[in-house]
Design a protein around this ligand. Structure first.
Ligand SMILES: Cc1cc2nc3c(=O)[nH]c(=O)nc-3n(C[C@H](O)[C@H](O)[C@H](O)COP(=O)(O)OP(=O)(O)OC[C@H]3O[C@@H](n4cnc5c(N)ncnc54)[C@H](O)[C@@H]3O)c2cc1C
Length: 379
């Protein structure tokens, strides 16, 4: 005999299963399920032909996040909401077409995604698909370094408000290899020089072996006292991807062919893109640029507007290194310093996903220029 609570939970789960099935089969259109609302998935969502597909998006995040400007929000140059785009702005047919849930598994043979509600942990249900796009991104790799998860933070304070303290602030950038390794050597040197020349900044070529509440331990035996640690290293697969029993590369990314079809899916109806995936014999960097282009390509492929394989031509790279200094590494040439910073800002401004954000971000920049950064701490 089932308890009342168990029966209620089961009823809820069965209801969710049924409602999803009903919603995704009546229209006659193919059912496209998109996992994630990041660069890759959002790009598919924006470009997919909604006349051909009933689109369901499943993600624990109900917005798209413009990651290149994320650092500006952690130090108060930009408002966090200025770099978010709610995914519901992209023409869903029905309220139920967006699920605030995480995918927990896929049955590739039965064309079913297993999900768990992000609002009601433990409420699990299935969603059927005709085509599936996997764009769940990745996690920051801690390389099992003890203490990182417990003690790493984002930088938030600014000198304007703590004049008395600013001379005692020290920033150490620990990097085991070269900083900005994918940039041209001349630009790397420029960045190194700029960082070293900033008062209180040090560049340490070393490996972190442990993070503690008030210090960081380095491989060479050094011990760095600190009040705040920002951890930004390589990528690691999410548990959902780790648990999938399909071919992956040594970094745990899902292997696909050049049409982005998941290897190991016998039906060929699932696709993976962005940071969670790797095209066999076509290594690409894990960047927003790659994920966004793959999303656009996949939408064309699914819309039957192309039958070609995915090709990638890098549009170049831009980076901001602080103090109104930037790096530009384009096929047409290299640029550094203030003009490059200006290009960086202009380029990202035009790439923001909507006119709302393109209006909001310059307003924030102007506010910061006139009144300084907003360092309110939001718990
Ligand atoms: C601070 C920062 C700055 C960056 N700056 C740049 C830059 O300047 N230029 C550049 O090219 N790249 C930059 N990147 C890298 C870029 O953001 C990533 O390469 C890009 O986000 C990858 O896109 P994606 O779609 O694969 O994954 P993401 O954008 O990470 O999106 C993954 C999505 O999947 C969802 N998800 C997670 N788990 C599940 C699940 N189980 N089920 C369903 N959905 C799930 C997440 O909520 C999220 O919506 C930066 C990254 C960071 C963190």
């Amino acid at each position: 005999m089932l308890s009342l609570a168990t029966r209620k939970t089961l009823k809820c789960q069965i209801y969710l299963c049924h409602s999803v099935r009903y919603l995704t089969t009546v229209s006659g259109r193919k059912r496209l399920v998109i996992l994630g609302t990041g660069w890759g998935s959002y790009s598919v969502l924006k470009n997919i032909d909604k006349k051909q597909f009933d689109v369901t998006v499943i993600s624990p995040r109900n917005h798209f996040l413009f990651t290149p400007l994320l650092c500006s929000t952690t130090v108060g140059t930009l408002e966090f909401r200025s770099i978010l785009e709610p995914v519901r702005n992209f023409g869903f047919r029905k309220l139920e077409d967006f699920h605030l849930s995480r995918a927990t598994g896929i049955d590739f043979t039965k064309h079913v995604v297993h999900c768990e509600s992000a609002l009601k942990p433990g409420a699990c249900y299935d969603v059927e698909y005709d085509r599936l796009v996997i764009g769940v991104g990745s996690l920051s790799n801690t390389y099992n370094t003890p203490g990182v998860a417990e003690h790493a933070f984002f930088l938030k304070d600014v000198a304007r408000l703590y004049k008395g303290k600013k001379d005692s602030v020290r920033v150490t950038l620990v990097e085991s290899n070269k900083i900005l390794g994918s940039f041209d050597k001349r630009l790397q040197k420029f960045a190194e020089k700029q960082i070293q020349s900033r008062r209180g900044f040090t560049l340490a070529r070393d490996l972190v072996t442990g993070v503690y509440e008030d210090h960081v331990v380095l491989k060479t035996g050094g011990k760095l006292p600190c009040g705040l640690v920002v951890w930004s290293t390589g990528l690691a697969p999410r548990e959902f991807v780790r648990d999938m029993d399909i071919p992956k590369n040594p970094r745990g990314q899902i292997l696909t062919n050049r049409s982005l079809q998941v290897q190991g899916d016998p039906t060929g109806q699932s696709y993976a893109l962005g940071d969670c995936a790797d095209i066999v014999d076509m290594p690409l960097p894990c960047t927003a640029q790659v994920a966004e282009r793959q999303g656009r390509y996949l939408a064309l492929l699914l819309n039957n507007r192309t039958s070609e394989e995915f090709k990638f031509f890098s549009a170049g790279m831009l980076a901001y290194i602080g103090g109104y200094q930037g790096l530009t590494d384009l096929p047409q040439g290299k640029l550094q310093g203030f003009p490059s910073w200006f290009l960086w800002r202009s380029a990202y401004l035009t790439q923001l996903g909507s006119w709302r954000l393109r209006m909001q971000v310059p307003v924030d920049w102007t506010k910061t220029l006139l009144f300084g950064r907003d360092i309110s701490r939001l718990e």
